[in-house]
Design a protein around this ligand. Structure first.
Ligand SMILES: [Zn+2]
Length: 428
């Protein structure tokens, strides 16, 4: 139906209904331009009427023009009714476009979107915990054993095999530092069960809640009830450690793990993993020292790839105590620059302040390299520095020097570890 395809609707039940008058009134001589055949004056003469008010009254009760228009959904039509000539150009008014929004289809679209999200959400509802877990059978690798050993000797196992969530998250925060991928492997091998399940569920539930709040007004009561049911679901986190077959107690298993860690020969792949672990751990430690210094000295810093390259260059060459010394020195220079800047520039923006620290670091490292010098003094780590249990275990039980790793570069730690385990690497 085109814009000007009006349909004349008659209302013959009206007491003063006048078919001819209705047709004359709405007769177009040029429908495209909406020009009428008769003027109002001609109609008044023809039907012997005194005022146009009367004409309009009879006309508006005798019928109207219907005008069908396709809505923005491109599927539904809406009929607009025109009762008198003054409204003939209703579709040229500024408010007309808002009349073309299809509320019905929008509501359907929102509902559909919410329903699709709900289907996806349901996949994340944790399954019944009553399922009996099979004992894990996959071989553990060297670092995985060390991680598990440290876990089992540092957290309290409650009930049959549960780790309280609080103890788990504290352990994970310090120990998974650089060991996230090892942790992931242990979970995949099912020695630790149900770790992220509830976190993901809670996250998905949160997403659903946001979507619900946004779309609530468009949803049917039934759908709202269903979503509310899912929003009320909650699960208690439980982390279980699964013992492999052949052990009577956790003590037995811990003892066996210890034995293997001490006696086992290293594979080439173990060596590569140790190297990766030590470097990752050190990089994360360097970042926490950086945050510590920046907070202490109130200095902003721009962390980007170029900056991280300099951090890597630094941590490969210098131990952690010297890294801290470098950071403190850079912070001092940066603070001086920031002071100068505030004296000269009226409004110092963050983007002007942020790169200063990185620039100082890059040029200082260049300087040390050129002169082949070491930074002069090491610095003690902050008093509240948390040492990793894995680090302390390796230092006392494997390397046997009882030294913390902060005095060594990553490669020095690796060499000490290799020396203690014997350099003979078994090929796979
Ligand atoms: Zn529609």
């Amino acid at each position: 139906m085109t814009d000007n395809n009006f349909e004349l609707v008659e209302n013959p039940d009206y007491e003063d209904f006048n078919l001819e008058m209705l047709h004359d009134y709405w007769s177009f001589k040029d429908a495209g331009h909406r020009k009428f055949t008769y003027t109002v004056k001609a109609l008044l003469n023809k039907y012997d009427l005194k005022t146009s008010d009367k004409l309009v009254r009879i006309i508006r009760h005798s019928g109207h023009l219907g005008f069908k228009k396709l809505l923005d959904c491109k599927r539904c039509y809406k009929t607009f009714n025109v009762y008198t000539r003054k409204d003939i150009d209703f579709d040229k008014r500024h408010w007309f476009s808002t009349q073309l929004i299809c509320g019905y289809c929008r509501k359907l679209a929102v509902e559909l979107h919410v329903k699709e999200n709900l289907v996806e959400f349901k996949q994340f509802i944790p399954v019944d915990q009553q399922i009996e877990n099979q004992p894990p059978t996959a071989e553990l690798k060297y670092l995985e054993k060390i991680f598990l050993y440290s876990l089992l000797t540092n957290v309290k196992i409650v009930g049959k095999n549960s780790i309280p969530p609080q103890e788990w998250s504290t352990f994970k925060e310090v120990e998974a530092n650089g060991l996230q991928y090892i942790l992931k492997n242990i979970i995949e091998k099912r020695y630790i069960i149900n770790i992220n399940q509830y976190d993901i569920f809670a996250e998905k539930q949160n997403e659903l809640r946001k979507l619900y709040n946004k779309s609530e007004s468009q949803l049917s009561g039934e759908l709202k009830d269903e979503i509310n049911y899912y929003l009320r679901l909650s699960f208690n986190s439980e982390i279980n450690v699964e013992m492999p077959k052949g052990f009577n107690s956790f003590e037995d298993w811990i003892e066996k793990l210890y034995e293997e860690i001490i006696e086992e020969k290293l594979l080439v792949s173990d060596y590569k993993e140790l190297e990766k672990y030590i470097l990752n751990k050190r990089l994360l430690e360097v970042y926490s020292l950086l945050d510590y210094v920046c907070q202490l000295k109130s200095i902003p810093v721009k962390k980007n790839n170029a900056f991280e390259l300099d951090l890597m260059r630094m941590l490969l060459k210098y131990d952690l105590q010297h890294v801290l010394a470098i950071f403190m020195y850079m912070a001092k220079q940066t603070a001086a620059d920031l002071y100068d800047m505030s004296q000269k520039v009226f409004d110092v923006k963050v983007f002007m302040k942020e790169p200063i620290f990185g620039r100082h670091l890059a040029s200082y490292l260049d300087h040390l390299e050129r002169k082949n010098e070491k930074p002069k003094y090491p610095r003690q780590l902050p008093e509240n520095w948390t040492y990793s249990e894995i680090e302390l275990f390796v230092s006392s039980q494997i390397i046997g020097n009882y030294e913390k790793w902060e005095k060594f570069t990553p490669h020095e730690v690796l060499s000490l570890w290799m020396e203690a385990k014997g350099v003979e690497l078994t090929e796979e």
